[in-house]
Design a protein around this ligand. Structure first.
Ligand code: NAP
Length: 278
């Protein structure tokens, strides 16, 4: 992650909800200077207002007809943060409003670079960030599309590096990346929920169950990060031969988690392909 990236050009978000909002919050938290500022447009004032408190120029269609035009004026990086189904209409709407040297960056799952390049003449880049970008611990995959030069990819990388780590890869790998790091936070939370439920079933009250399970997740992840050790090695250190953890791990291993996770990731890839076909 680069804390020193400075002088990013003006960035406009078309749609800043859960993911777009996470990116904006990460950018603001990173304290990077953005020449021309961070701008955002949403349909509703309810979505626009909270972003204004961050110092973002945040507009809503429902209160300003020319909101899109205003946020795009001077913007050199235009991030599309709407749902995948909304991308074609948004591209058609912004095509004539983009600065000639602006790069259009999609964060939408399953929307191909070719389908974007059909609608705008500007360079296009496809990305897949994840929600830990909100706390600047994100992982973003970046694939360059038509007209996206090395320097454009470097610029987009700098934007996303303010909120975590970046992996540049060919587009045909982005659905696979998305199935791991894009959807991955949901898998981790599901695990946390399951461990919390196990704590309840062992007789802990709601609050204690959450402290035990969530605290263990956060602590174990922090140890993984801080130690630089392999997860298998960290697991080995908790697992004394013939001990209690060994028994528990044997039960989990019987569930063949690698096969389950692979099936889950493959389901995510299949869904991304369905979305790409419209
Ligand atoms: N959530 C994730 O973890 C995640 C991870 C990676 C990628 N993504 C991608 O991020 C994109 C957004 O997902 P999300 O979860 O952030 O959805 P979301 O919370 O529903 O955000 C979408 C935002 O777009 C706004 N919007 C809708 N139509 C618009 C339009 N025509 N012009 C301007 N703004 C418009 C909505 O505003 P109003 O509510 O005011 O209509 C809303 O704030 C999707 O393409 C998804 O594939 C999400």
């Amino acid at each position: 992650m680069s804390d020193t990236a400075t002088g990013l050009p003006a960035i406009a978000f078309i749609g800043a909800g859960s993911m777009g909002g996470a990116l904006i919050r990460g950018l603001v938290a990173a304290g990077v200077s953005v020449d021309g500022g961070i701008r955002a447009v949403n349909r509703t004032e309810a979505k626009a207002a909270p972003l204004r408190e961050l110092g973002v120029t945040s507009l809503a269609y429902e209160t300003q007809d020319d909101a899109t035009e205003r946020v795009l004026r001077g913007a050199k990086v235009v991030v599309l943060g709407v749902k995948p189904a909304g991308i074609p209409d948004v591209l058609d709407e912004i095509a004539g409003l983009l600065e000639p040297d602006a790069v259009v960056v999609s964060i939408a799952a399953g929307v191909t670079l070719a389908s974007m390049a059909d609608r705008v003449t500007n360079p296009v880049v496809r990305t897949m960030p994840n929600t830990p970008s909100l706390v600047r611990q994100g992982i973003t995959g970046i694939a360059a599309g038509p007209r996206a030069t090395t320097s454009i990819v470097a610029l987009v990388s700098r934007v996303f590096e303010t909120v975590g780590r970046v992996v540049v890869l060919p587009e045909d790998r982005i659905d696979a990346l998305s199935a791991i790091s894009g959807s991955g936070p949901a898998y981790v939370y599901l695990f946390a929920e399951a461990l919390t439920e196990a704590a309840r079933r062992l007789g802990f009250g709601e609050e204690d169950a959450r402290v035990l399970a969530e605290g263990t997740f956060v602590g174990a992840a922090a140890l993984l990060d801080a130690s630089g050790e392999d997860p298998a090695e960290l697991r080995r250190r908790v697992t004394s031969p013939k001990g209690t953890t060994e028994r528990a791990i044997a039960v989990l291993e019987a569930a063949d988690l690698p096969a389950t996770f692979t099936a889950a990731a493959e389901a995510a890839v299949a869904r991304a392909r369905e979305l790409a076909q419209g």
